[in-house]
Design a protein around this ligand. Structure first.
Ligand SMILES: CC(=O)N[C@H]1[C@@H](OP(=O)(O)OP(=O)(O)OC[C@H]2O[C@@H](n3ccc(=O)[nH]c3=O)[C@H](O)[C@@H]2O)O[C@H](CO)[C@@H](O)[C@@H]1O
Ligand SMILES: C=C(OP(=O)(O)O)C(=O)O
Length: 429
């Protein structure tokens, strides 16, 4: 198992290019199942998650080709013919979004058998809303021995679906199935995260008919087939936000490029409140901070988009560990997303947790230690804390981090961070 070692204390100066969004790329990849024409995705991140999903798509008989192109890394998916509609446990357990192949397989072929998903253990994360949506679209669903078998021998039928609460995955899943259903589907209380807009726009370029993109009501008029297209993956707002926080923590001046400032508006508002200089640029954002000036503690509460992203909660908490005063961090999306707290405590952070709320009492200094990544974004929070902790911090289990951060050591190292990967051996999971 690899680990990452960071020698704290270096300020960061330079540019960090933001990669394509993992949470968009993996849903766009699932969209390739819907057509027998090639789908070319550009600005593709190379991550463990995109690799796993590529393996799963190959298992269905989809040709997957990766190459370098004018708009960054590219991946071509060609599902000319599907030779299997079975998604085994070993290929689905690694990540949450692999479950979202069920809807498109069902929509294209009328049946599929997919293992229940894995992903970060940040909560119970059931898939009831996914299954309710597919059932409303006319699928017959059976659950047996950890697998979902879905059948729609006469094809899917459009339906009115009102989600009881907002779910990113269930919205995307319903969308991926409804585009090929007969008739009109209306999704109410739909999630409107930018990655869903990206997916909906790509599907539209493939010939789908979708109204209300980027709103919480999506109206989809089913079509009988979709064509291929070329689509550039939206910038990764979680990666962008993570490096914005890293720059703020270490101090210095870092420009995040190939990105869009408005994607992290709820984060940068809080960063400004804490005393960090944030200036939007033509293709991203510039973060400046004099590390001699202590930040002010500010409170955050996670929420659905455009609120403060749960995927940036751990990173922001790391920033607050050395701010002046007490910051309250409320997690409202996942019931178990504070696993980084005991790890931050190893570095000297003073944090107490009561139900869904963490109180971070800022300390003057953190001290390097051995810590363990517990999930994807928590790994980044430990790296961020390590950037200022006195001495060396070693973050173990970075296979979590590799799911969602591309070339992390290279990107931070280019700005002056003293960071290196220590290669491990053996099975990663
Ligand atoms: C691969 C991907 O894109 N992952 C993102 C996606 O996860 P994911 O799609 O899993 O997140 P959801 O928005 O679905 O989950 C929100 C809440 O709804 C609950 N729920 C969800 C579905 C369901 O059928 N039943 C149910 O109870 C979940 O347990 C959670 O408490 O959105 C989250 C919220 O922005 C992000 O943190 C994840 O990074
Ligand atoms: C929680 C995440 O991923 P997943 O939903 O795949 O677990 C994430 O991207 O932060």
């Amino acid at each position: 198992m690899d680990s990452i070692a960071i020698q704290g204390g270096a300020q960061l100066f330079g540019d960090i290019p933001v990669s394509g969004a993992k949470n968009s790329a993996i849903k766009l990849m699932a969209a390739s199942i819907l057509t027998d024409q090639p789908l070319l995705l550009t600005n593709m991140p190379r991550l463990a998650d995109t690799r796993f999903l590529g393996q799963l798509l190959r298992q269905f008989g989809i040709e997957v080709t990766e190459r370098d192109g004018a708009d960054g890394q590219e991946s071509l998916f060609h599902a000319a013919e599907l030779t299997s509609t079975f998604a085994p446990y070993d290929l689905v357990r690694q990540m949450r979004a692999s479950f979202n192949v069920l809807g498109p397989l069902l929509a294209r072929t009328g049946e599929a058998k997919v293992s229940l998903p894995g992903g970060c253990t940040i909560g119970a994360r059931p898939v009831d809303l996914h299954l309710q949506a597919l059932t409303a679209l006319g699928a017959e669903i059976e659950l047996d021995e950890g697998y979902v078998t879905a059948r729609a021998p006469k094809g899917l039928q459009g339906a009115e679906i009102e989600f009881p609460f907002v779910s990113v995955g269930a919205t995307e899943h319903a969308l991926l199935a409804a585009v090929l259903a007969q008739g009109t589907t209306v999704l109410r209380r739909a999630a409107r995260e930018p990655e869903i807009g990206d997916l909906a726009q790509c599907l539209t370029a493939m010939g789908a008919k979708i109204e209300g993109i980027d709103t919480d009501v999506l109206t989809i008029t089913g079509v009988s087939s979709l064509n291929g297209t070329t689509w550039s993956v939206i910038p990764d707002r979680v990666e962008m936000g993570s490096y914005a926080v890293a720059a703020a923590m270490a101090g210095g001046e870092v420009r995040l490029t190939k990105a869009r400032a408005e994607l992290i508006g709820s984060l940068t508002d809080k960063m400004i409140e804490a005393g960090i200089e944030v200036s939007p640029t033509a293709d991203g954002v510039l973060i400046k901070r004099d590390p001699k000036q202590r930040l002010k503690a500010v409170d955050v509460e996670t929420a659905i988009y455009p609120g403060f992203a749960t995927d940036l909660q751990a990173q922001f908490m790391a920033l607050m560990t050395t701010a002046e005063g007490v910051s309250t961090v409320r997690e409202t999306i996942f019931e178990n997303r504070f696993m980084h707290v005991p790890e931050l405590a190893r570095l000297g952070a003073d944090i107490s947790v009561h139900a869904g709320e963490a109180h971070v009492n800022g300390v003057e200094v953190l001290h390097g230690a051995q810590v363990m990544a517990t999930d994807l974004r928590a790994s980044m929070c430990l790296v961020i804390a390590g950037l200022v902790a006195e001495g060396e911090t070693t973050v173990g289990r970075v296979y979590h981090l590799d799911r969602g951060f591309e070339r992390l050591e290279e990107k931070l190292g280019a700005c002056g961070a003293d960071i290196r990967r220590i290669k491990g051996t053996g099975d990663e999971h």
